[in-house]
Write a protein that binds this ligand. Structure first.
Ligand SMILES: C[S@@+](CC[C@H](N)C(=O)[O-])C[C@H]1O[C@@H](n2cnc3c(N)ncnc32)[C@H](O)[C@@H]1O
Length: 243
């Protein structure tokens, strides 16, 4: 089984990334709103929505949101969270590469490093092509990826945290053109091990691919505060691209 199917379907994922929460999603949603002009009735496609935090933030603003993910567990969580938030979202269980819709969207999102999991670059980039195909003319694509240069320079080899009685150890390393993380989650005598392996795309690789796909890059931000991207100090690369 591909590591990402295993890991994102596990109970552990939301524990390890518990700090990637609704508050952070609100900040990013607000940043997107500041940088893109959308009509009140605009439609949004959240590609790899996870537990729905950005989908919910945008649905709360009145947009029609369709959200796709291949993790059944995360979609169950997303539906629960949407109900609590009082918003309706069209959740779809699908591999984003195979997702099709006759309806085209005003805004497509791929947030918090949700490509780069596949071995082959053309597989990873097929998600960007998919965003292009599913957008209306003049529609927007927001791609949020880690900044490779920052990540490599600031890599923390090992970290240990405790979340609700679970001891979570994360070991990180660079292997060729990927960042690899081994995750151990231990509670009492039960130990579960997981693995992440994500392609280290450079700014140039991502921007060239967006341009080749047909997108016009309008702006590149470097963090959720909205600072302009700077290769040496930015933690994120947030492309605002237009079809
Ligand atoms: C790092 S999480 C980010 C989730 C969400 N965007 C967020 O910010 O909370 C990556 C997500 O991508 C989903 N995913 C990975 N590969 C996918 C694929 N091929 N098709 C659809 N979803 C995928 C995973 O299930 C997971 O929910």
């Amino acid at each position: 089984m591909s590591w990402y199917k295993d890991w994102f379907s596990s109970e552990g994922y939301l524990k390890v990334y518990s700090h990637r929460d609704d508050v952070e999603a609100e900040i990013l949603a607000e940043l997107i709103m500041k940088n893109i002009n959308l009509n009140n009735d605009a439609s949004v496609l959240d590609m790899a929505c996870g537990a729905g935090r950005h989908s919910i933030a945008l649905a709360k603003r009145g947009f029609k949101v369709t959200a796709v993910d291949l993790s059944e567990r995360l979609l169950i969580e997303a539906r629960k969270n949407s109900q609590i938030a009082g918003v309706e979202i069209n959740y779809m269980l699908s591999d984003i590469r195979e997702f099709n819709s006759e309806y085209k969207f005003d805004l497509a999102l791929n947030l918090f490093t949700s490509i780069g999991y596949f071995d082959e670059d053309n597989e990873n980039f097929s998600v960007i092509k998919k965003a292009y195909d599913l957008l209306k003319k003049n529609g927007y694509f927001v791609l949020d990826y880690f900044n490779k240069d920052y990540l490599v320079k600031n890599l923390v080899p090992t970290s240990v945290i405790s979340v609700n009685g679970d001891r979570i150890v994360q070991n990180r390393s660079i292997k060729g053109n990927r960042v690899v993380k081994n995750i151990t989650i231990a509670k009492n005598s039960q130990v579960n091990e997981f693995y992440e392996s994500v392609r280290l795309f450079s700014f140039d690789e991502l921007s060239e691919t967006l341009s080749k796909t047909g997108f016009k890059i309008e702006k590149v931000l470097g963090d959720f505060k909205g600072n302009i991207f700077d290769k040496t100090i930015s933690s994120r690369i947030i492309f605002i691209a237009k079809k």
